[in-house]
Write a protein that binds this ligand. Sequence first.
Ligand code: PLP
Length: 438
Amino acid sequence: MHAALHARHRAVLPDWLALYYRQPIEITHGEGRYVWDAEGRRYLDFFGGILTTMTAHALPEVTEAVAAQAGRILHTSTLYLDRPMVELAERVARLSGIPDARVFFTTSGTEANDTALLLATAYRRSHQILAMRNSYHGRSFSAVGVTGNRAWSPTSLSPLHTLYLHGAVRTRGPFAALSDAEFTAACVADLEDLLGQVGGDVAALIAEPVQGVGGFTAPPDGLYAAFREVLNRHGILWISDEVQTGWGRTGDHFWGWQAHAAAGPPDLLTFAKGIGNGMSIGGVVARADIMNCLTANSISTFGGSPVTMAAGLANLDHLLAHDLQGNARRVGGLLIERLRAATAGNEAVREVRGRGLMIGIELAGPDGPSGSGAPTAADAAAAVLEAAREGGLLIGKGGGHHGAVLRIAPPLSLTVAEAEEGAAILQAALDTVRVTRT
Ligand code: PLP
């Protein structure tokens, strides 16, 4: 049956679809940490969709939960209760660490951040937002409006007035040589300076604990706790965008904010991506007094849809029962070590960094877009991505304006043998860049 499918799919490159890659492969099915394309080739999936396949492809518990719920009722809208939504909300509220937490489900990370920004601006009666340089928070007008990296935005217009802070990127610029403590002090001074100029009339700080699209860059542990002390003095809220960092992906912590736990939990937390294992679930967790700013008739038509909620519950059960956070810590730690060893002495590689199964390889070379003449780091990243794909490995890229960071974020059930397999393919792919550079 597959042969017929492959023949049908191969010829068509759909001009009528807005696509990310010019020559994307067509995925037909997956299992565990592997996916297959329409020509029958198997790939080890080191990007998990886009961090969306959190546990594993075709996880039987999730498939069965979706089928069972689909057989009962597909959708009712949040006008009514459905049991999976009630249960998932309770689980997420408890896990969030936010006291007296309330959950509002959306269908994406963008919509979750939009909702959090709406809540924060309504609660604080201010449209000024603090955000981080090099950040990414989604595609809508307001999410783009707080995104630091303009490469992701077709427009700089936004209903929000956003002030950007230092703190996430240290591999370049004046901060590169500072220790963690010096860097943290410099970033806090930057925040104080900014607030000195605009006063305390700011609704919230929105930040990713580890920047995702920005190239898997993490601030020193405790930076947001240090920020929080300043924010608290002004009553400014902290929104932790956990769209990429939630559910144990960073290994040491269930949420990214916990690396900054001295300041306690954030006021609002947004999530999406992995919780549905590919089904569209996003959401906001907020303290009750903040969530009460949603007007009584606030509704997301498809947010909390029972089929997605059933998938989320089954997926979360599997994640917790199999301690996939612990697996991310162990296997991720091994993979980082293996990649560091594999790239030692490779001048094409500037840095291998990461936490758990969120690993970035930043490539060296001049800044600038790929394909613009003289070879840039972004050209090297594009070449490695292609070579890895040829070798049977899917990875992502991102980072900075032009994308010079390879991003590795497999399903959290990755085995040691699969980590070894992927590292070997990646080493060979990186070596092709070394050869062309010397
Ligand atoms: N926030 C972060 C940190 C993200 O990485 C993304 C997507 O990559 C978003 C928000 C937007 O999520 P979505 O694509 O589900 O709208």
